[in-house]
Design a protein around this ligand. Sequence first.
Ligand code: BEZ
Length: 252
Amino acid sequence: MPERTDHWSADRYEANARFVSDLGAGVLEWLAPQAGEHILDLGCGDGALTERLVAAGAEVVGSDFSADMVAGAVARGIDARVMDGHALDFDQQFDAVFSNAALHWMTDPDAVIAGVARSLRPNGRFVAEFGGHGNVAAIRVALSSVIERLTGQVNAPGDIWYFPSCAEHSARLERAGFTVDRIAPIPRPTPIPSDMAGWLETLAAPVLASVPEALRAQVRDEAAALLHPALCDSDGNWTADYMRIRFEARLG
Ligand code: BEZ
């Protein structure tokens, strides 16, 4: 697993990626949080979606790898903690673990799933949505092609993201003692409010950080130019080629 570095900025996220939490309504419906339930929001970011769990009357803890994002969540009044999702430090204290658009950043999924299993009470549920196989495929290919041409580095973004098929992810959950009640691939072409340069700077920050600083703006701009015919319409609106996985699994 590559070493994890915190590339997140709450301000940049607010400007370029607010849509990520806005799109969490579907997975929230699957969670159906109940008043009084103890719920962990794994990868809570700045807490925009976590607030919805609190509003449902749940007792919520948020965790995120990024100190800047956790500060944003705490500013919303959420009990949020800086914690690596690969090393969750909870012991059978949650009725449910919830996660939106975060699991694909955790590239040792078996460690994450084991930590979720330790965090849940018997029969607890794990409900999440994240990037699945084929997610942002065009964006990955554009980045990898430009980076290889400019730096000679092959196969960037490599293993920065975990984008499994439903079958692969189900098998991992089952090996860890979960029963998968439902899992579905969700193709979701997603309009992005800024432009591709803003998306790349915010959501592909670790990929850009892996190239020499002097080349980052060029990588960003050349990748955006390569993607323009495929992902930008004639009115200048960009759409990212998202493919999600949504699942509900139960411990035991
Ligand atoms: C996603 O939410 O699907 C995503 C976010 C950042 C990079 C790649 C994909």
